[in-house]
Design a protein around this ligand. Structure first.
Ligand SMILES: [Zn+2]
Ligand SMILES: [Zn+2]
Length: 292
């Protein structure tokens, strides 16, 4: 019995060693893979769908139509608000959120809706690189091959600086149900969270939250009823109980593609908080406009 336990711990040690080497190698392998893929399969602009020059992800003129979030935003969820005198948006005032801070890149409007649809429903997984580049690097480099190299690890875009100042330890995607995963072949939020963890050298826990129910909450429900429905749809993976118990000050970044009413992020946050994680921040690519 004792020798069997020794054998198991030996296997565990090899597994841990291999995964840390693999993680370090990713920084080298990913840029090479990006170059190869880009040479074999040229990239197309997310806005006009025409091919883009090698090493870029979007045409300079198409970049200008993207609805970047700037100016005053809600202190809680990050939705743009009409004046800086307004601390919180209508949604957060009427339905307070449990996460510490929300960050988002674009407004969810007629320009970004088709891009998000291509990313989520039409297998355009390569858009993940475009979003990462826009999130952290577009002010610093025209060449997207730099995004996973150490050369640009000191970028200070608005969202990069915010993530650093929040003291995040781990990144978690909002999960999709396993039936949807089988059908789609990927979780779009996980494509983003994996890349963010890699760039910031953070832990990535793609299965910390599990979506156990596939039904969507109906729109006619009140925010409270929608939240209750959603809370039943997710659960905490007990595999991580020990990790949470031994890290009393764990801070996690919850990642999703689109934030509208915030009900999904809120439901996931409450599950993480009740599992014992004290700090949760949320990041999305697109966010809906706030009502005044
Ligand atoms: Zn274009
Ligand atoms: Zn808000």
């Amino acid at each position: 019995m004792k020798s069997f336990r020794c054998f198991l711990s030996f296997l565990q040690m090899i597994k841990q060693h291999c995964s840390s080497v693999y993680f370090k190698l990713q920084r080298v392998k990913l840029p090479i893979a990006l170059r190869l893929l880009s040479a074999l399969f040229p990239r197309h602009c997310p806005v006009c769908a025409k091919p883009v020059p090698y090493g870029t992800l979007i045409h300079a003129e198409c970049q200008t139509v993207l609805p970047f979030i700037f100016g005053p935003t809600c202190l809680r969820c990050g939705k743009p608000v009409s004046s800086s005198a307004q601390e919180y948006c209508y949604d957060c005032r009427t339905f307070p959120k449990s996460f510490q801070k929300g960050l988002s890149l674009f407004l969810y409007n007629k320009e970004t809706r088709p891009i998000m649809s291509a990313f989520k429903y039409h297998n355009n997984r390569r858009l993940a690189d475009f979003f990462i580049w826009e999130l952290f690097f577009q002010q610093y480099s025209q060449n997207y091959f730099h995004i996973y190299s150490k050369r640009y690890s000191h970028s200070h875009s608005r969202i990069y600086a915010a993530i650093e100042s929040l003291g995040i330890d781990a990144v978690i995607p909002v999960p999709i149900h396993k039936n949807k995963y089988k059908k789609r072949g990927y979780n779009q939020a996980e494509l983003l969270s994996r890349r963010i963890a890699l760039i910031f050298n953070l832990s990535h826990y793609p299965d910390m939250l599990i979506r156990s129910v596939d039904t969507l909450p109906q729109k006619q429900f009140t925010p409270q009823a929608r939240l209750n429905n959603l809370k039943k749809a997710f659960r905490f993976n007990s595999r991580y109980d020990n990790l949470v118990q031994t890290n009393a000050s764990l801070s996690v970044l919850l990642v999703d593609d689109i934030y509208t009413s915030g009900a999904t992020m809120e439901a996931c946050t409450r599950i993480l908080l009740s599992a014992g994680i004290p700090n949760v921040c949320v990041l999305s690519i697109c966010i809906g406009m706030a009502r005044d």
